[in-house]
Structures are given as C-alpha cells and as structure tokens.
Design a protein around this ligand. Structure first.
Ligand SMILES: *Cc1c(COP(=O)(O)O)cnc(C)c1O
Length: 409
C-alpha cells in the first residue's frame, strides 16, 4: 500500500497504550454507558471510576494524591494553581517541548522562561542559575519521550533558589528516575492521556502530589472552586479557609474507566519497550556512534534517538528511514517552542504578555541533528529484527556517520 504522501505506511503502529487497546477497554466503557452515570460526582448508578482511577494512579506513581482532569494542559495549569503561583510569576521550561507547556503557564497567568536542553534533550541543569530572577516561581522539567530529565541537579538548583518543581510527565507515565517514579519527585507531577501518550483514552490528564495543600487547591480549581468535590453532594468551596473561583476541568467516568484498564497495561508495556530499545541500540552500536544520553537507562520507557550532529545528516537519514517504512522523526523539527509565532511574541488572548525569548542555539543544534525512531507497544520480535536490519541498511546507504554535536559546525 502507498499512502497519499507517496510513502509506504510504517511497518508497525508507532503507538503505546493505543496499540494494546482491547476488549477490556470496550467492556469498561460499556459498563459506564449502561450505568447512565457519566458524571463523576453523582448519578443514578455511580461506578466511582474517576475516584478509582485516581487511587490507582497515585499508587502506581507513589504519591498520596492524584487528581484526574480533562487534559495534560489542564493538569499543568491546575498544578500551577495548586502551587499557589501569583500572577506574573515566571516558570522555566525547556526549549524542546510541546506548546501546551507555554499555554498552561499563560492560562495560570504566569510567564514562560525558555531554557536550553543538553544531549539528554531535556532541561540543561547548567543553564538554570543564570535564568533565575526575583520573579521566578517554578521550574518545569519535561520528561521527553519516555526518558526522565536529570532531576537531581535540577532539584539542587531549585532548592538553592527556593523554586517549586513541577514535573511534566505527559510523555513519561510510569518512567522512573533513580528508583522513584516521575511525578513523585518534584512538588507535583502532571500527566496527559491524549492519543499519543503511554496510556490513553483520547483525551485526559492528571496531577500527582504528596502535598495536602497543593491537592486541596487543585481539586477545588478543577471543580468550579469546589462545587461537587465530594460524591455525597457536599461542597467544599464554602468551608474552605481561602475560597477562590475555579473552572471546570473535570474528567468523565467514561474516560476514567478506559484509563483504569490502560493503567494495568503500563508496566509490562514499558518493560517491553525498554528491552526493545536496548536491543535496537546494542545491535546498531557500530553504525550509530552517538545516542541521546539517558540519565537513568534502567528506569526509562524505551528510547531510540540518534544524535547525528547536523541538520543535513538528520534530514537525509530521516527521509530514507521514512521511505523504508520506519516511523521516525526529528523531535519538534529541531526547533525551540518559540518557533510558534504566538509564543515568540508573547501574544495571548488578552494581548501581549511577554517579550521575545532569546533563541537557544545549542538546543537547535542538538535537536536539529536528532532522529528518533518511534517504537510500538505491539511490535513483534519480527518487527524488531526488521527494524534493526532496515536502520542498519539505511545508515550504510546514506553514508552518514554521527558527529559529536559539541564540535559540529
Ligand atoms: C501532550 C503533552 C502535553 C499536553 O497534553 P494534552 O493532554 O494534549 O493537553 C503537555 N506537555 C507535553 C510535554 C506533552 O507531550
């Protein structure tokens, strides 16, 4: 089959939770539909699916609390509200990330400050000190593509300056760093369950925290300031010590039921992906001299990213891989999040709110030379052998050798 782009379709589906979707997800969804109780806080025959998903997620991540919400962007905004961020405060994010990080900060009335990434493709801890001002409130490491950011040095900088740490775990549910799950290491963690993520119900998000105060504020914010916080129909907004107005970011029972099934698939899936990734990198060791650095390999969820050093090499390898049916990409086209015109100019729905950020040349250099091969959770052993053979043959045919990004021009 040839697709409308003239390219062959990928040999395997490059998705995670979605590739494992089965009859259990269908059954769980049907139960909720039959109960006619899709609202999480009351209904004729409430199944308490959102409550149960929150409990399961908290115990998987290892936090006291989890709050299910409508999206990953909502979870990030809710987390900033939970942290008590004042309007106009600054939040440091990595340049290589999804625009949702900026959108959530703007929604919570903060200002994004963009920092370089290093050869982990995550926040470079060495650039943080210089970005801290008297308005800096938080730092938001993003665990990109199932690889945890190097949190220890980031936490050290945060401690030194009294910054909150909000982990964006949208692309790394279930991943660990030095024996702890991401989302349990900073003050608060944020997750997305959009279609491309590790576990999915099409949309959805959650935040995790050990802190009762963050939990209380966030749970009220996502529910109109605390309208239906208990399933017994009691409100909390009125008797709370500091009531404030909220919005509606609530998760539905239908989404929660599907996510609870998907969550049960997470650990075996990550173990398989980690094994596959390790095997692919080992088999290609001679052909690819420089791989993305992974701060905690044993805790990762399986990454195969070559750092080829230059944009020209990455383009030629990428187009040959895609032509051969390998699902591959250069992360965010090797561009900083400020490549988005609204982000660059600080344009929000209410007007211009921040000045043009400085470009991160080191980030563009490293990311522009990167090629990530997307693995699929349902890959067979045959798919894996095919992948190794195809990538090796492609690299030989393109004659590309990796160049150390530090010395590439
Ligand atoms: C997907 C994603 C988000 C946002 O999640 P949505 O559920 O799409 O709102 C935030 N941050 C990162 C890094 C993501 O990949």
């Amino acid at each position: 089959m040839i697709t409308s782009t003239g390219l062959p379709p990928p040999r395997y589906e490059p998705t995670r939770g979605l590739a494992l979707w089965g009859t259990d997800e269908v059954q769980a969804a049907l139960e909720v539909v039959r109960s006619r109780s899709l609202f999480r806080y009351y209904g004729p025959d409430l199944q308490h699916r959102a409550d149960r998903f929150e409990q399961d997620l908290a115990s998987t991540v290892g936090t006291r609390h989890a709050i299910a919400v409508s999206s990953g962007t909502a979870a990030l905004a809710c987390a900033l509200v939970g942290l008590g961020m004042p309007a106009g405060a600054e939040v440091i994010i990595p340049a290589l990330t999804f625009v949702g990080c900026v959108n959530a900060i703007s929604w919570a009335r903060g200002v994004p400050v963009i920092a370089a990434v290093d050869d982990t493709l995550t926040l470079d801890p060495t650039v943080l000190d210089a970005l801290v001002t008297d308005r800096t409130f938080a730092v938001m490491p993003v665990h990109l593509g199932n690889v945890a950011a190097d949190l220890d040095p980031i936490l050290a900088v945060a401690r030194r300056h009294g910054l909150r740490v909000l982990e964006d775990c949208a692309q790394a549910a279930g991943v660990s760093y030095r024996g702890r799950r991401v989302g349990a290491i900073g003050y608060v963690g944020s997750f997305s369950f959009q279609l491309e993520k590790n576990i999915t119900a099409g949309e959805g998000g959650a935040l995790t925290t050990d802190d009762d105060g963050i939990h209380d504020r966030a749970v009220r914010y996502q529910d109109q300031g605390g309208q239906f916080t208990t399933s017994r129909g009691q409100t909390r907004g009125g008797d709370s010590p500091e009531p404030f107005v909220g919005v509606n970011l609530r998760m539905t029972e239908l989404i929660a039921a599907i996510l609870q099934v998907q969550l049960g698939r997470l650990d075996p899936m990550l173990e398989r992906l980690r094994t596959v990734a390790g095997h692919v990198r080992a088999e290609l060791a001679g052909a690819v001299p420089v791989w993305r650095r992974i701060p905690d390999e044993a805790g990762s969820g399986g990454d195969v990213t070559m750092l080829l050093g230059t944009r020209i090499k990455a383009r030629s390898v990428l187009s040959a891989l895609v032509a051969a049916g390998v699902p591959a990409r250069t992360p965010y086209q090797g561009q900083g999040v400020y490549a988005n015109a609204a982000v660059r100019d600080g344009r929000t729905a209410w007007g211009s709110e921040w000045k043009r950020p400085a470009r991160c040349h080191a980030t563009e250099q490293i990311a522009g030379g990167a090629v990530t091969i997307d693995l699929g959770a349902a890959m067979t052993d045959d798919d894996v052998s095919w992948l190794v053979d195809t990538v090796r043959a492609t690299l030989t045919a393109t004659g590309v050798e990796a160049t150390d990004p530090a010395t590439a021009s």
